[in-house]
Design a protein around this ligand. Structure first.
Ligand SMILES: [Zn+2]
Length: 404
C-alpha cells in the first residue's frame, strides 16, 4: 500500500511543502554545492575523534555552525555541540549526527578523494552524517524556508563502542533539552534506503570470579576461578532465548590465570546480551549472576571462598516507535513523494535513547552510498547525495509544520 493511501493528510502536506519555491530551490542548491559538501566531509574525517577524544572535532563543528549563521552555538560539558535555527514555539525538531569514530587516536587518517568517491576511516560513519547535517542547516539558513517549530542541530559525542551513547544520554538528561525535543532525526552513515524505527537494546558485562589462588600441588582443593567460570559459561550457554522478541547472547572474551602450576586468583569473561525487549535482557542478566553463584557452590566445598562480581560495561536501552507515531508517517510520506524505497529496520543507534524514553525518533542515512564502516577501507560515494539531503529536509519541515 502506498503511504498516500495510509496517511492522506500527511502525504498532502509533504507534497505542498515540496512544491514551495524555497524548497525547490534548496533541492537545486543541494545538487550545485556537492563539491563543497565533499570537501567538508574530507576535512572533518581528517580530525581524529576516538571515543572520549572528540574535542577537536567538536571545535571544528562549532566553527562551521557559526560560519553557516546558526544561533545559540554551544558545547555542553560532555562535548556535545548544539546550534539553533529559530522558529515559532518552544519545542524543537532535532537533527543530530555523532561526531566520534571507532578509531583510536593513533590510527593513520589517510583520507582522500578519487572522482565521486571519498576514502578513509570514518569518512562515511559518520562523515556522511555530519556533512548532511551541515548541508541541511545551511540550506535552511540560505533558502529562508517558512516553518513553525525551531530546529536544533546536535553534533553528539560517544555513539560508538565504549562511548555507550553517552552523548545522546546526556542530551536527554539535560533539563534544557530533555522535554524540549519533540522529534529526533539521527543521521548516521550513508544512504537513503532505511529508516531505523526500533532500537535494539544491549547490555554488556564483565564477570569476574576471584579466589585465594595457590600452588597446584600444595594448595590443591582451593577453589579454582577458571573452573567456576567454565562451569558458569557452560550452564549459561544453555539458557533458552526466544526467537521473538529476538534475543541473543555472546561470551566474547575470557581471561584468567597466571601459570600452569598455579591455582588462578581470578578469571573473567565479557558477555554481550541483545534483545528487542529490555525484559529479556533483564532475565538474561539475572541468569548470568545466578549461574555464576551456582557454579561456585557446585565446584568447591568452600563456595564462600569464591567471590564473583558482575560489572556493567555497556548498556543501550531498547525501545520502539508507536505504530501511529507521526515521525514514521512523515518519513514514509516523504519517501513516497520522492519515489524512494526504504525499509524499516531495527538497530542500535543514538535513537535508542529517545526511543527508550517513549519519544518520537528515527535514524536515517545522510544520502549517497558507503561501505567498509569501522575499517580502514571505509568509503563514501557522493553520487545521488541530494536525494538523501532532500529527504532529511522535507522530513524536518513536515515535522516542524509550516504554520498553516
Ligand atoms: Zn555511526
Amino acid at each position: 500500500m502506498a503511504a498516500s493511501d495510509l496517511y492522506p493528510t500527511v502525504q498532502k502536506d509533504v507534497a505542498r511543502i515540496a512544491a514551495l519555491a524555497e524548497v525547490r530551490s534548496a533541492g537545486e542548491w543541494f545538487r550545485s554545492q556537492e563539491s563543497r559538501f565533499a570537501e567538508r566531509q574530507l576535512e572533518v574525517a581528517r580530525i581524529a575523534a576516538p571515543p572520549f577524544g572528540e574535542a577537536n572535532r567538536g571545535a571544528w563543528l562549532s566553527d562551521r555552525f557559526r560560519e553557516i549563521g546558526l544561533t545559540q552555538v554551544e558545547t555542553d560539558k560532555v562535548g556535545n555541540v548544539f546550534a539553533v535555527h529559530p522558529g515559532y514555539g518552544n519545542r524543537y525538531v532535532a537533527l543530530s549526527a555523532h561526531i566520534d569514530t571507532v578509531f583510536p587516536a593513533t590510527t593513520p587518517l589517510n583520507v582522500r578523494q578519487q572522482g565521486s568517491r571519498l576514502y578513509g576511516p570514518g569518512v562515511s560513519d559518520n562523515g556522511a552524517g555530519i556533512a548532511a547535517m551541515l548541508a541541511v542547516a545551511e540550506a535552511l539558513q540560505t533558502a529562508r524556508i517558512p516553518h513553525a517549530l525551531p530546529f536544533v542541530f546536535i553534533g553528539n559525542v560517544g555513539e560508538e563502542g565504549e562511548g555507550d551513547l553517552r552523548g545522546m544520554r546526556h542530551v536527554f538528561a539535560t533539563p534544557r533539552w530533555k522535554n524540549a525535543i519533540a522529534y529526533s532525526i539521527v543521521v548516521d552513515g550513508a544512504g537513503a534506503d532505511t529508516v531505523v524505527a526500533e532500537a535494539l537494546g544491549s547490555r554488556r558485562f564483565e564477570v569476574i570470579v576471584r579466589g585465594s589462588g595457590g600452588h597446584s600441588w600444595s594448595d590443591f582443593g582451593a577453589p579454582n576461578p577458571i573452573i567456576v567460570l567454565a562451569r558458569a559459561i557452560d550452564v549459561f550457554s544453555l539458557t533458552p532465548v526466544p526467537g521473538s522478541p529476538k534475543t541473543t547472547f555472546n561470551v566474547g572474551v575470557i581471561r584468567g590465570g597466571t601459570s600452569v602450576n598455579s591455582i588462578p586468583e581470578s578469571a573473567s569473561m565479557r558477555v554481550d546480551l541483545r534483545s528487542t525487549s529490555m525484559a529479556e535482557i533483564d532475565r538474561l542478566e539475572r541468569a548470568v549472576a545466578t549461574e555464576n553463584q551456582a557454579a561456585a557452590s557446585q565446584t568447591t566445598r568452600k563456595p564462600q571462598a569464591v567471590q564473583s562480581e558482575v560489572v556493567e560495561i555497556g548498556n543501550r536501552p531498547a525501545g520502539e516507535l508507536a505504530q501511529d507515531a507521526r515521525i514514521l508517517k512523515v518519513i514514509r510520506a516523504v519517501d513516497a513523494h520522492l519515489g524512494n524505497t526504504a525499509q524499516v529496520q531495527r538497530a542500535s543507534t543514538d535513537a535508542n535513547i529517545p526511543l527508550s524514553l517513549g519519544r518520537e525518533a528515527i535514524a536515517i542515512g545522510g544520502g549517497g552510498s558507503g561501505g567498509g564502516a569501522h575499517t580502514l577501507q571505509e568509503w563514501f560515494d557522493c553520487t545521488g547525495r541530494d536525494l538523501g539531503l532532500k529527504r532529511i529536509l522535507l522530513t524536518m519541515l513536515a515535522l516542524a509544520g509550516t504554520g498553516e
